[in-house]
Design a protein around this ligand. Structure first.
Ligand code: AMP
Length: 115
């Protein structure tokens, strides 16, 4: 067994985080190094290492991540001004934590294409 990632420890309540949503399947918490006025990470409690590792049986959970991300954005008041959902997969994308997470970013104007 590999070492548990920091996000699994957050999901288990073993290390602290500023949690904004949790239920039996999903946890959402504020990013420790926010890149926008609102920067929240939405993760499944069950480990899916990255989106590339998701299987056909993960569809409901993946859908739930997006619906929770939308709900969090609404509650943060960025649904009208706009927000971005980001999943980084692998080294070129800058994936740093091997536990699937959806970034919810908003509260400022963002550029496209991303850097
Ligand atoms: P990624 O590059 O997509 O893997 O994103 C990892 C994100 O996790 C980064 O935005 C980090 O700032 C964030 N992060 C790392 N450790 C923590 C932590 N303990 N609590 C909250 N966010 C974290």
């Amino acid at each position: 067994m590999g070492e548990e990632s920091i996000f699994l420890k957050i999901a288990k309540g073993e290390i602290p985080a500023k949690i904004v949503h949790q239920d039996d399947e999903v946890v959402a918490f504020r990013d420790i190094s926010p890149q926008a006025p609102v920067h929240i990470l939405v993760i499944p409690r069950r480990v899916i290492v990255r989106i590339d590792a998701a299987g056909p049986g993960d569809g409901d959970l993946l859908g739930k991540l997006l619906l929770v991300a939308r709900e969090v954005a609404r509650r943060e008041g960025i649904d009208k001004t706009g927000y971005r959902l980001v999943i980084n997969n692998g080294p070129d994308a800058g994936e740093a934590v091997p536990h699937l997470h959806v970034h919810v970013l908003g509260g400022r104007k963002m550029a496209w294409p991303p850097g």
